[in-house]
Design a protein around this ligand. Sequence first.
Ligand code: CO8
Length: 258
Amino acid sequence: QGKYTAILTEVNGRVATITLNRPEALNALNSTLVSELIEAALGFDADPNIGAIVLTGSERAFAAGADIKEMGSLSYSDMLLGGPFPSWEGFERLRTPVIAAVSGYALGGGCELAMMCDIILAADNAKFGQPEINLGTLPGFGGSQRLPRAVGKYKAAELVLTGRQMGAEEAERSGLVSRVVPAAELLEEARKVAQTIAEKSLPALYVAKAALQAAQETPLAEGLKFERQAFAASFATEDQKEGMRAFAEKRAADFSHR
Ligand code: CO8
């Protein structure tokens, strides 16, 4: 707990919560915040007692983007060498399901960080956008690739090329967020979703997440091949046997996460 300065962490049962905590800068992602976020997330990911991670910010901002003041004067070489976030790709390698609970601004790197998560829940005051074009640059954390996959090429192009912000309702209608809830209930709702997920078999969650990622990253034939192998492989786990036995015996499954 005490070792971080720009995030807070909390564990409730099998659910971990990471809260971005730079209120003075609307949770702008600076090098300290990102390295702490990656360290905490990788730590939870390596812990078999954690089955889901909630990532959230404050009511006013999930994150207003990469820290412009820290980044502004960096050179091409600085950025090529990783810029302020040499290790951010660690976040994309997490095997544990991550739920983004977005309230307020999710702009630039903030929107991109939410899109690196598996599920996005939004408060009714959430605002998503890729305003980098206003700064003379473009999304650099995956936004130009993940946003079109989430909302379609034409809406993504409007957002990326104009820098317009999109409210929670529009984000839900567009398929970027799975559900909009009142801001006061956001964290509780996200934790409920996380709790539901965390009770499932961890090995099954790992491969289901990997299959969903394959759907974004590979051609259909490759993704189908991956799914077929992964589905067959799941029959080697104790949890698959327990899950199907429990169904036949009309009782709740008691997964050992093996
Ligand atoms: N960086 C640094 N500081 C920020 C940022 C930011 N992204 N956003 C807000 N802040 C700071 C403000 O400077 C201000 O600080 P201070 O009080 O010291 O002046 C404080 O937070 C509060 O912000 P505002 O006073 O501006 O609050 P408003 O309510 O008036 O406005 C906005 C809120 C609309 C969110 C406004 O702050 C804003 O436009 N922020 C910038 C949004 C933006 O452009 N984000 C994109 C940044 S670029 C990016 O994310 C690229 C990611 C790719 C990285 C890839 C690396 C490999």
